[in-house]
Design a protein around this ligand. Sequence first.
Ligand SMILES: Cc1cc2nc3c(=O)[nH]c(=O)nc-3n(C[C@H](O)[C@H](O)[C@H](O)COP(=O)(O)OP(=O)(O)OC[C@H]3O[C@@H](n4cnc5c(N)ncnc54)[C@H](O)[C@@H]3O)c2cc1C
Length: 448
Amino acid sequence: MGARGPGGAGGPTWRNWARTQSATPLRVARPRDLEALVQEVTTATAAGRRLRAVGSGHSFTGAAVTDGVQLHLDALTGVERVAPRPDGNAHVTVGAGTRLADLNAALAARGLAMRNLGDIDRQTVAGAISTGTHGTGARLGGLATQVVGCRVVTAAGDVVEVSPGHDPELFELARLGLGTAGVLAAVTLEVVPAFRLRAREAPMPLAELLTRMDELADANDHFELFWFPHTDRALAKCNNRVADDEADQPLPLLRHLVDDEVLSNGVFAVTNRLAAAYPRAVPLLNAVAGRALAGRTYTAGSADVFVARRRVRFREMEYAVPREHVPDVLRAVDRWLRTTREPVPFPLEVRFAAPDDLWLSTAHGRATGYVAVHQYHRMPHRRYFDAVERIMAEVDGRPHWGKLHSLDHVRLAALYPRLADANRVRARVDPTGTFRNDYVDRVLGPLP
Ligand SMILES: Cc1cc2nc3c(=O)[nH]c(=O)nc-3n(C[C@H](O)[C@H](O)[C@H](O)COP(=O)(O)OP(=O)(O)OC[C@H]3O[C@@H](n4cnc5c(N)ncnc54)[C@H](O)[C@@H]3O)c2cc1C
């Protein structure tokens, strides 16, 4: 969560979770209801000030940074309405500031669940959808594909309910638009009946995983892999729905502690500290960590399987590439790491998504593989990330809007066929640029 200073005018320093961004807003506001939110936006626009809502500060980029008014929507949270659908799904309207963890709990209490999720639940609903947050599943889309309506406060202070049937173009920008459509006050999500997943985690040689990647992505509801650089050791994670009458196979507590607490957090933290102190030892440390990877199988509620704890702080860059290029991308990264011996103690992560039609979705129009690289926050990341970015450029990779990258709007316009449409809608609803910030200027460009 972003570290925040005390509220008040001109002074508090805000920092994001990764400590890659900071801001000293002119004013920090926590509107207590929709009326107060509208007042904040109207006043900012009239004064020619910039304004930006911030979620839980989990973006690595400057997406949430503002030198103007910073809004925290802690008061606009919780479930507002549940509308059951004939197919058993439901449309659930929640306050935009609701944390995913709270959303998951509220849905579970009603026998419902998100169709797919990313790997943490600290984000707010608005923050997560605005940057295209995704999980994994070759037949599934990211969180924004599950949005069926948004309540937006535009720069003029109008409160608009947008959906595919009402102002579909503004709906496009609202459900995935880096907060440029306006401030989201509420979001309506299509959710599904609660379900359980069987998680199967198996260590595998990287070479085998690369040749079986397509098969595994297609054969599993949710497939992802982790690979330790400087080794040929990887972990395949296959999560699949289980039938309602199938017995639970819970993870023994000790196993849970060993795998999640020790390998991913506690011992992993020690490994990373050692790596920062002795960078040359990284291949050895990774070899030990890679060998410690163990298989396990368990069943649990979907949110419990999707969500992990991430207590070791890191920097991350993630690119969405046409799915067929993933093996070659990984081989190229492997070659670069072996040639340079760049010390990287963090595993790479690979996930999948179905093609979608959201204007600014990283999976727009193509079956997608996501390749994410991480670096411990106390170690330099630039050389590594720059090298990976060059590899991604060769396959028309699109960067995650919330994770570190160096692309600008000229390159992004070539990668996103509907970026000009997004800017056209921005110009309509925010002609004076209330919702601009430096990051938006860089990645979306000037208002037409
Ligand atoms: C440990 C960690 C794990 C992560 N795991 C994943 C993952 O599995 N998959 C994935 O895709 N990403 C992942 N991310 C990235 C993360 O999901 C995104 O960066 C997300 O945007 C963070 O949400 P947030 O609530 O912190 O929003 P912030 O980072 O605070 O804001 C994100 C954007 O949303 C805008 N915004 C926030 N609230 C509103 C509002 N009410 N109205 C309009 N605009 C608003 C902000 O202005 C900003 O542009 C991870 C990040 C971290 C640090």
